[in-house]
Write a protein that binds this ligand. Sequence first.
Ligand code: AR6
Length: 170
Amino acid sequence: MIEVQKGDITKIKVDAIVNAANTSLLGGGGVDGAIHRAGGNEILEDCRKIILKQGGCKVGEAVITTAGKLPAKYVIHTVGPVWNSGMKNEEIKLKNCYLNSLNLAAENNCKTIAFPSISTGIYRFPKDKAATIAVETIKDFLKEDEIIEKIILVSFDDENYRIIKLALDK
Ligand code: AR6
């Protein structure tokens, strides 16, 4: 089941929330900043352990940490592509963000997951294209998967809410 919700992803009580991080995993602005601020230092401590082990996270890949003080159990950090006119395989990279996050969630027995609109803020990915990729990738994944029960697509603003709703109803 997929649903769309307007609001702040840090407030949602699910097994895992997904973070639109950057390759350093050290935090930043946008939803990444909000998650680290609200979740506290434990999240950054886990990120530092991952950095020591594998040196950050590549575009399209995903890693999992505690959610610290957040109501969720885990944060799955994935790194979206910076939009570059669609000339740098951005669409495939964004699809990989969703796929790798979903696989990591299922491996960790997460039944409920909330996603922000990865790459549609500071990384400037066109919102309609990003919504189509998110919805199609999740729908295809859920057809095969037996662990995940509910996915919430969280949009921070009205425009993205409408765009995601349209993509879902298609
Ligand atoms: N809850 C839900 N969605 C949010 C929230 C929130 N609290 N805050 C923002 N959004 P962005 P990106 C939406 O810029 O484009 C960071 O500095 C926002 O409206 O957070 O992937 C990282 O460290 C937008 O629709 O992520 C990276 O350097 C969406 O979340 C870079 O930004 C994603 O916007 C990643 O850029």
